[in-house]
Design a protein around this ligand. Structure first.
Ligand code: ARG
Length: 339
């Protein structure tokens, strides 16, 4: 099939190049966001008289059908598609015909992907914030229960002064509350819509970026189109906030590992969250805490990867930026797992 972007070239690429170029394997998880963005775009295009109302209605109904079929499993994502944006547009055009092509008026995959990432991050950030709240609540409950239980407080891992177990647990509750605060601030800064930036320089079509931003729940459109398509500092900021969450989880895990050892013998972990050994029956291994501690390294790695990817990029979009998603998704998945 001829590529949608075949212009100067024949659009006939080598299979190895196609596979190398493709991001469908990992960006398919943004199908919901991609469709939500496209529905808002079709509404805006019709409101502005850029495409006929009738075509917009057909596009929206077609997109809703695709969403329902993806959710139910009736429609499978084609692994040969270049990315989720092209897969959905191609499926739409297959289903409703030429009107489907009007959807991409005054839009580029560059602003489309920038939008999808923000929508996806907003959704996942909501989940992570909820998990952090649950963790803080659990720490507060335990702290209340053990507010009078004495234990040694340490400096230099030497017994220093007595503290209560509740006091020690509340130290972690405050760390996680600051993490929560940071994630909220990141979301505020991210809350601007890049759509309408188009490939890099905006468009001469009479679009309404404020209306489209509002439809998608953003505070306002981004002010600068080059910035809108090429900035990923919200990804860096999120990964940095997530690295801090992991650092705090890792320190708590380290303490649980120490405290549950025979040497300390301060706490007993529930059987449901430990493992044993067939040849060393005395053992009760804190695998969950060790894994949380271990996964901290990979989330730090995700942060370093995106910082390094971005550092030498000239404005505006470069394909390097396709590398933002795997690091982001890996960090989000692992932080959610650990929390
Ligand atoms: N899959 C691409 C990404 O994730 C979409 C943007 C492609 N844009 C382009 N001009 N080739 O970044």
């Amino acid at each position: 099939m001829k590529k949608m972007w075949a212009g100067r070239t024949s659009g006939k690429t080598d299979q190895i190049a196609d596979d190398f170029n493709s991001s469908i394997r990992f960006d398919q998880r943004m199908y919901l966001e991609d469709i939500a963005g496209s529905i808002a775009h079709a509404k805006m295009l019709a409101k502005q008289g850029i495409i006929p109302e009738e075509a917009s209605g057909k596009i929206i109904a077609g997109l809703e059908g695709i969403l329902a079929d993806l959710n139910s499993g009736k429609l499978e994502i084609d692994p040969a598609a270049e990315d989720i944006h092209m897969f959905i547009e191609e499926t739409l055009t297959d289903r409703i015909g030429q009107d489907g092509k009007m959807l991409h008026t005054a839009r580029s995959r560059n602003d489309q992907v920038a939008l999808d990432i923000r929508l996806y991050m907003r959704e996942e950030n909501g989940q992570i914030k909820q998990l952090l709240k649950d963790l803080v609540a659990a720490l507060c409950d335990q702290a209340e229960k053990y507010k009078a239980s004495l234990m040694p407080g340490y400096t230099h891992l030497q017994r220093a002064q007595p503290v209560t177990f509740g006091h020690q647990l509340m130290a972690y509750a405050y760390m996680f509350m600051r993490d929560l605060d940071r994630l909220g601030q990141m979301e505020e800064r991210m809350n601007y819509s890049p759509i309408g930036s188009c490939a890099l320089a905006g468009t001469t079509y009479p679009i309404d970026r404020v209306y489209e931003a509002e439809l998608l729940g953003f505070k306002a459109p981004v002010a600068n189109s080059l910035d809108g398509v090429s900035d990923r500092d919200h990804v860096v900021e999120d990964l940095s906030d997530l690295a801090l969450v992991m650092m705090h989880l890792s320190r708590l895990s380290e303490e649980l590992i120490l405290w549950s050892s025979w040497e300390f013998h301060f706490v007993r972990l529930a059987d449901a969250y430990t493992t044993g050994s067939s040849i060393m029956p005395q053992k009760k291994n804190p695998d969950m805490a060790e894994l949380a501690r271990g996964k901290t390294g990979r989330v730090y790695g995700d942060l370093m990867a995106i910082l390094t990817t971005l550092k030498g990029l000239p404005l505006a979009y470069n394909k390097d930026m396709q590398e933002d998603k795997e690091a982001l998704f890996d960090a989000i998945d692992n932080v959610e797992l650990c929390l």
